[in-house]
Design a protein around this ligand. Structure first.
Ligand code: ATP
Length: 271
């Protein structure tokens, strides 16, 4: 109970609507985690055994963390965010108990989504890099993932940009048995992401902006969700400055500039 009072976990505010694209992944996670938390009695009744964990892999900034938070929000579950490298440095010398404590904390806060970011740091192929600390952490993680019986209400989501270095033992069915690729968005997904960003952050996008055409532009081709977030934010900043100008010139009220993300694209063309 004292761990709960520490406020180390909470239900995130990220809704499904603020995640652009990734429709089939949303559906999959809804089936394998959200519904399990919402209707546990049905899963029990039909004897469905759930995987210990789901692994999301793919390039940086494409929504792995965001979607994990949306899962927790929709299920009304607490969310604990653990970064692989931090766990390594924080618990050197007490690595197994570190992993145990995290799972205990998750159980106390159940239903709970335990999100292991950069999980590759914990599971680099044994004997290669990192030595015994990684090995002991990994073994403890596997013990916890296997302890399905005591894991009531705790769901593990792992995320990595480097699935190639992850130990095969971790990827076995029953552990991170379900793997989902989270790719760079295509044109249609980019449009959904820009709309989701504008909607979730209540940004006053100019009515003259054609978001679908913007998302199809060549300069947007390799942009991740994180790049698009920074594009939209840059546009908001520019609109803000435009609004503040009359104030600085002695005008009494804010003018109501609306933002146009396409103006910001020049920064990305140079990048
Ligand atoms: P990393 O591998 O670097 O941890 P990640 O895949 O976990 O990256 P996120 O942290 O989820 O990426 O995304 C970073 C930010 O980019 C989000 O907070 C959000 O603003 C934006 N973003 C990324 N993908 C999406 C998306 N599909 N819809 C809406 N916003 C997105």
């Amino acid at each position: 109970p004292s761990l709960r009072r520490e406020g180390l976990s909470s239900v995130p505010h990220v809704t499904w609507a603020s995640v652009g694209g990734l429709d089939s992944l949303k559906k999959e996670l809804d089936h394998c985690i959200v519904r399990c938390i919402k209707y546990p009695e049905y899963y029990k009744k039909f004897g469905v055994n759930m995987q210990a964990g789901v692994l999301l892999f793919g390039p940086p900034g494409c929504g792995k963390t965001l979607i994990a938070k949306a899962v927790a929000h929709d299920a009304g579950a607490n969310f604990i965010h653990i970064k692989g490298p931090e766990l390594l440095s924080k618990y050197v010398g007490e690595s197994e108990s570190g992993v145990r404590k995290i799972f205990t904390r998750a159980r106390i806060n159940s239903p709970c989504i335990l999100f292991f970011d950069e999980v590759d740091a914990l599971t680099t192929k044994r004997g290669k890099e990192g030595g015994w600390v990684v090995e002991r952490l990994l073994n403890q993680l596997l013990i916890e993932l296997d302890g399905a019986g005591q894991r009531e209400g705790v769901y593990v989501i792992g995320a990595t940009n480097r699935i190639d270095v992850i130990d095969d033992a971790v990827l076995r069915p029953g552990r991170f048995g379900q793997k989902h690729f989270v790719p760079l968005p295509g044109a249609e997904e980019r449009a959904s992401i820009i709309k989701a960003l504008a909607y979730s952050q209540k940004k006053p996008i100019s009515s003259t902006v054609d978001m679908d055409a913007l998302a199809r532009r060549e300069e947007c081709r390799n942009l991740s969700g994180a790049d698009l977030a920074s594009l939209v934010n840059g546009a908001a900043m520019a609109a803000l400055e435009e609004s503040l100008e009359p104030l600085e010139n002695g005008a009494l009220s804010l003018s109501s500039s609306c933002l146009d993300p396409s103006i910001e694209l020049s920064h990305f063309e140079q990048a």
